[in-house]
Design a protein around this ligand. Structure first.
Ligand SMILES: Cc1cc2nc3c(=O)[nH]c(=O)nc-3n(C[C@H](O)[C@H](O)[C@H](O)COP(=O)(O)OP(=O)(O)OC[C@H]3O[C@@H](n4cnc5c(N)ncnc54)[C@H](O)[C@@H]3O)c2cc1C
Ligand code: SF4
Length: 476
């Protein structure tokens, strides 16, 4: 720890976002970064606490105080090595992780946590700029073959570790490009896709094999994979979106958030869509149903597409601004989150349930009928929803985007064909070492945890890789 008093003398300084007017005119990343001097000063604020709660708060167990010290001293290469010892793509988490580490940083008690996430991103960018990130293929191959199905962060994280352990890894992806939700869910204004490509180039140079446009269970059978590979890892995500079961759901202009976001990601890449296929918010009244991150991404995308108005509604009550007494530090704060997209302009409404969608004579959606709800505890202390009489409200909407979360992985096709066991929520059931009910088949990420975060997917991929590796060693 280089500067023991910096946390007293130096204030937290964020890179901040580009000005709203500028950033809403394009799909470039919204976040800015600090210069080297400021960044090193920010890293010097880390107190190197005896018990590093940030390390506990980070799902991949990042050795945060150690690499803050390296950043403070300007040892970018050392910082990169420490960082990547627990997370193989910190350039992604450094951009889009909600940073539970910062919420549990001891300095967060006084609201001035170390800028851990931004520091993380800077370390990787410095390392790439300085030419110190080079392919490190394994010295020896084990002769064992592993199939990873799904190329989101969990699949990639597992593929990286298994390849480095010397196994020959093939990643199968049903889409036309690698990355899972990093590629086709998260908007470019949060994560520029060149960042993913840069990492994939390294993985290819290290020997990971990628097969796109290949749906396992359709283009290649699960039986073939089980015969040709020594182990199979399912990293298929939780792609079953929660639907809105109300009258009017079938109207034109009502879409799942992912249809809208994925198409925009593809348009930015240069794909073209016909007028009838194109989902555009331009000049429309957009209603986003669901108050979470996916909904927020729909807001930011609609703003950039020049929507006339955007309203985001949520069934739960508005969270508090400050932590409540039963939600103390260092736990994740259940407080209101305002994203860069929210700041760009949208109406946010809470405690509203959608009763029906209304359409015109041509079958186009024109509005949504919603009512207010109260959340009250029942006799068992569970929160129950109660509609407020006389609270019916009509919200104008000619584009409705459903972003009410994801239920589970898709069972139809591959998972049912493998006859795997599911847990109560419909996720793939796994043992502690990520093994499924089939000995040779492992699972990672949202497919077993349920829809979550990139950092959890990365950790789950690492854990699954360890499980697969042990299994293969027993086979050897
Ligand atoms: C819009 C949106 C925004 C988000 N924003 C954030 C954020 O800002 N920060 C954050 O931390 N998290 C965010 N998340 C959550 C995060 O993206 C996911 O938790 C994470 O991507 C899950 O990783 P995964 O590897 O388990 O699955 P996924 O990323 O879902 O990848 C699964 C892959 O498997 C492929 N696949 C499925 N079945 C088959 C098959 N049979 N054959 C071949 N391939 C198959 C799919 O095509 C897909 O590419 C967001 C999620 C969404 C939807
Ligand atoms: S991965 Fe997320 S939680 Fe872990 S150090 Fe990075 S920003 Fe913090």
């Amino acid at each position: 720890m280089g500067n023991p008093k910096a946390f007293i003398t130096i204030k937290r300084k964020d890179g901040g976002y580009r000005p709203v007017k500028e950033r809403t005119g394009d799909f470039g990343e919204v976040e800015q970064t600090l210069d080297e001097q400021d960044r090193r000063e920010q890293a010097s604020r880390c107190m190197d606490c005896g018990v590093a709660f940030c390390h506990w708060g980070c799902p991949v167990g990042s050795k945060i105080p150690e690499w803050q010290d390296a950043v403070y001293k300007g040892n970018w290469g050392e910082a990169y090595e420490i960082l990547t010892s627990t997370n193989f793509m910190p350039e992604i988490t450094g951009r889009i992780c909600p940073a539970p580490c910062e919420k549990s940083c001891v300095l967060a008690i006084h609201k001035e946590a170390v800028t851990i996430r931004e520091n993380e991103c800077s370390v990787v960018e410095k390392a790439f700029d300085g030419g110190i990130v080079n392919p490190k293929p394994p010295k020896k191959r084990t002769g064992k073959k592993v199939a990873v199905i799904g190329s989101g962060p969990s699949g990639l994280s597992a593929a990286d570790l298994l390849n480095k352990a010397g196994h020959t890894v093939t990643v199968f992806e049903q889409d036309d490009a690698i990355g899972g939700l990093l590629r086709y869910g998260i908007p470019d204004f949060k994560l520029n896709k060149g960042v993913i490509d840069r990492r994939l180039t390294l993985m290819e140079a290290e020997g990971v094999l990628f097969k796109t446009n290949c749906t396992v269970g359709k283009d290649i059978s699960e039986k073939t994979l089980l015969t040709e590979f020594d182990a199979v890892l399912l990293a298929v995500g939780a792609m079953k979106a929660r639907d809105l079961e109300v009258k009017g759901r079938e109207l034109k202009g009502v879409h799942f958030a992912m249809e809208f976001l994925k198409q925009q990601n593809k348009v930015i890449r240069g794909d073209e869509f016909s007028e009838t296929e194109r989902l555009l918010a331009r000049d429309k009244h957009v209603l986003v149903i669901g108050g979470g991150d996916t909904g927020s991404d729909c807001v930011g995308t609609s703003i950039r597409q020049k929507a006339f108005s955007i309203t985001q509604i949520e069934i739960l009550p508005q969270p508090p601004v400050e932590r409540t007494d039963n939600n103390p530090w260092p736990y994740w704060p259940n407080t209101i989150r305002t994203s860069s997209s929210h700041e760009e302009g949208c109406a946010r409404k809470w405690s509203l349930v959608t009763k029906q969608l209304i359409g015109d004579a041509e079958g186009n959606v024109t509005a949504a009928e919603v009512v207010s709800v109260e959340w009250v505890k029942d006799a068992n202390g569970r929160m129950q929803m109660k509609e407020v009489e006389g609270s019916l409200e009509v919200i104008k909407a000619d584009l409705v985007l459903l972003s009410m979360g994801f239920v589970s992985p898709l069972h139809d096709g591959l998972l049912d064909a493998l006859e795997l066991e599911y847990d109560q929520r419909g996720n793939v059931k796994a043992s502690e070492n990520n093994q499924t009910s089939l000995a040779k088949v492992f699972v990672a990420g949202d497919a077993t945890r349920g829809a979550s975060l990139v950092v959890h997917a990365i950790k789950s991929g690492r854990d699954a890789a360890v499980g697969v590796h042990r299994f293969l060693k027993e086979l050897a």
